[in-house]
Design a protein around this ligand. Structure first.
Ligand SMILES: *[C@@H]1O[C@H](CO)[C@@H](O)[C@H](O)[C@H]1NC(C)=O
Length: 124
């Protein structure tokens, strides 16, 4: 059985101009039980990299984020342990990994970046 991940991107622009984050793939289908990796490419202005999930007929839900400089990960409460985040600083990529993938994981996934500490960007 195959499941489908529809995968698009949003940009969180909090003050700084010119930041960008781009998904590597837009539609992914992968077999149940497989190791599914969604990848986004970010630019130098990124400090925090986030992943969100949206299921049909529901709001998007924060999954987890990674702070680029220390690689500290913050997970949503009660986040499924099958979901993890991985940073490849050398390639400027951030992955969302789901292993083993289940049919119920199908949905829309967003990557987002914050260019700076949120608190500072509000004052800009
Ligand atoms: C899933 O695949 C990625 C990319 O190939 C790999 O880096 C990672 O170690 C794999 N994770 C598991 C749990 O097998």
């Amino acid at each position: 059985m195959f499941l489908f991940f529809l995968f698009i991107v949003v940009q969180i622009i909090a003050g700084a101009a010119g930041c960008s984050i781009t998904p590597e793939q837009t539609i992914i289908s992968s077999p149940e039980g497989s190791n599914t990796t969604l990848t986004c490419t970010y630019d130098d202005s990124a400090y925090y990299l986030h992943w969100y999930q949206q299921k049909p007929q529901s709001e998007s839900k924060f999954l987890l984020l990674i702070y680029k400089s220390t690689e500290t990960v913050k997970r949503a409460e009660k986040l499924d342990p099958r979901i993890s985040i991985r940073l490849h600083k050398d390639k400027k990529k951030v992955d969302l990994e789901i292993f083993p993938a289940a049919v119920s994981d199908s949905g829309l996934y967003y990557c987002a970046m914050e260019p700076t500490v949120t608190q500072n960007s509000y004052t800009l």
